[in-house]
Design a protein around this ligand. Structure first.
Ligand code: SF4
Length: 522
């Protein structure tokens, strides 16, 4: 007997079959799932190892007066949290309590965290680790295209593009099952151009590797587009009808002649010409970016430059072409759509939009004026921890910023300065080991929920194992705290499916509208 579910790790969300062999949870690829088609990487094959791991947390921990984390009951832990929140808010105001989430949480959890911050805690301070991940791509996409959708087509399209420009991505090592589509593209006679400072495994497999100087991504894009303009390979009808600002861009591009671009980027003039020629002659060109180009101080500029390139190639309405970004974290797409961002309400609505606020007030059953305004985004939130006017009590779920945040040592110091740090995790992570209260939470296979994968497909992660004794799921944890704060009525969900039903109503009419999706349909 096995259960069809999904790997908990990256945005590919491979279909897996989880079974118990001699009582040991065992993972196999699910050949029936149309995205990975049975393929897995080592992370997926070993995903079940964490379920019964001996270091797993199985009881709440509370820091004692002697500064030691000691086992405690759930009641004691939740009471300590509620007392701490009340004390901090009474002294410093509602915004002195913050919530920090993650891009690997299910859609239901990200929705509930956003609601918990605004309705349960009445704080404006909530954000998540996705800010360090894809925000440049999101910012550029909204600026250029008006919508933030990582990959706006199925991964299957990759196999049918004739020329792909892949920027700052190494899926051969980071998302190996995705490579089957690049291999199919090559087998069909397609060409892969990789833009990456490193000679990665993916770059080695490419027809052309543009090995640029780190940080010069936008110059590479501008250099190629300069050559496309020069050879008349820009789709001017499309540009005229569907874009704006091309004349200004043309002025900028004039300064990116090949010799200069070679000096800036280290990519030879010959290689730039080769890339431009391949793209100019392509019938189905595709441009894909990822974290390599995005996680830079000028990440938005980099992505905008590659979007310009994709738009200039035109190919309006044609399949197997276009621009996309490859999401990274397990719920990289859904994680940024349901309201765990500082400036956002569910459905990818802006929190300062009066219509969005009125809609959410009706869904949540509270007066509109009770919904706080925009809060600090992730780094600002962490940077201000413990300071006057900053967050003094933080609830952290699905993230380990002591390891993953920028300026991690600085962030660790800020976390140490808090009046109250609460961490829900499976293991005593580096961040959890600093906490005043640690809550042992359920893992991926032990609870149900939906994720939105790399191609925007909403998938159902089925429950395939029971929650160990002493452990609780995040939905129960949030409800337990809310009840102690007198807000339990807003969080009386019995299942993830019930949360999803409210999420559907909340997102209805928004940019990211999930109202037509049901568990039964998935
Ligand atoms: S590619 Fe991603 S989703 Fe698939 S098995 Fe590896 S980590 Fe899991």
């Amino acid at each position: 007997m096995d259960t069809a579910t999904h790997c908990p790790y990256c945005a590919f969300q491979c279909g897996i079959r989880l079974s118990a062999v001699d009582d040991v949870p065992t993972v196999a690829g699910d050949a029936d799932f149309p995205v990975n088609k049975g393929a897995l990487c080592i992370k997926g094959f070993t995903a079940a190892d964490t379920l019964a791991h001996r270091d797993r947390l199985r009881t709440p921990l509370i820091r004692t007066a002697r500064g030691i984390l000691e086992p405690a009951s759930w009641d004691a832990a939740l009471n300590r949290i509620a007392d701490g929140i009340r004390t901090v808010q009474a002294t410093h105001g509602p915004d002195a309590v913050g919530v920090f989430g993650g891009g690997s949480l299910t859609n239901e959890k990200t929705y509930l965290l956003g609601k918990f911050a605004r309705v349960g805690l009445r704080t404006r301070n909530i954000d998540y680790n996705g800010r360090f991940c894809m925000s440049s791509a999101a910012g550029a996409a909204i600026k250029a295209l008006g919508v933030d959708r990582g990959l706006p087509f199925p991964v299957e399209d990759i196999a049918h593009a004739d020329v792909i420009l892949l920027v700052g991505s190494n899926p051969a090592e980071t998302m190996p099952p995705l490579m089957q589509y690049f291999q199919a593209q090559r087998a069909a006679g397609g060409t892969l151009i990789v833009v990456d400072p490193r000679r990665t495994v993916t770059a080695k497999s490419a027809s052309l590797h543009l090995r640029l100087t780190p940080g010069s991504d936008a110059a590479v894009a501008n250099g190629i587009l300069h050559l496309l303009v020069k050879r008349g390979a820009v789709d001017l009808d499309f540009v005229r009808e569907r874009t704006e600002g091309f004349d200004q861009l043309r002025g900028v591009l004039a300064t990116y002649w090949p010799e200069r671009v070679e000096k800036i980027t280290g990519v030879s003039e010959g290689q730039l010409v080769s890339a431009a020629t391949l793209l100019a002659n392509a019938r189905r060109p595709m441009v894909l970016t990822a974290r390599g180009a995005e996680q830079q101080a000028q990440g938005v500029t980099n992505v905008l430059a590659f979007i310009n390139l994709a738009l200039a190639l035109g190919k309006r309405g044609q399949p197997f072409t276009g621009f996309g970004t490859i999401t990274g974290q397990g719920n990289g797409q859904g994680g940024r759509e349901h309201g765990q961002k500082a400036d956002q309400l569910p459905g990818y609505r802006k929190i300062d939009d009066p219509a969005a606020r009125a809609h959410m007030a009706a869904v949540w059953g509270i007066p509109e004026h009770e919904i706080p305004g925009p809060g600090r985004s992730a780094y600002e939130l962490l940077d201000d921890l413990g300071r006057e006017g900053g967050v003094r009590a933080l609830l952290l779920i699905g993230s380990n910023p002591v390891v993953s945040a920028p300026r991690a040592l600085h962030v660790e110091q800020r976390l140490r300065s808090l009046d109250l740090l609460v961490v829900a995790d499976f293991f005593l992570s580096e961040t959890a080991s600093l906490a005043d209260v640690v809550l042992p939470s359920a893992q991926w296979a032990e609870e149900e929920g939906t994720m939105t994968n790399v191609e925007g497909r909403v998938i159902l992660r089925r429950r395939a194992a029971t929650i160990p004794e002493g452990v609780r799921c995040d939905l129960d944890i949030i409800r337990g705290i809310a009840e102690r704060l007198g807000r339990g009525g807003h969080f009386a969900f019995e299942s993830a499916a019930e949360v999803f039903d409210e999420l559907r109503r909340a997102s209805a009419g928004g940019v990211a509208d999930y109202s037509g999706i049901t568990y039964a349909k998935i």
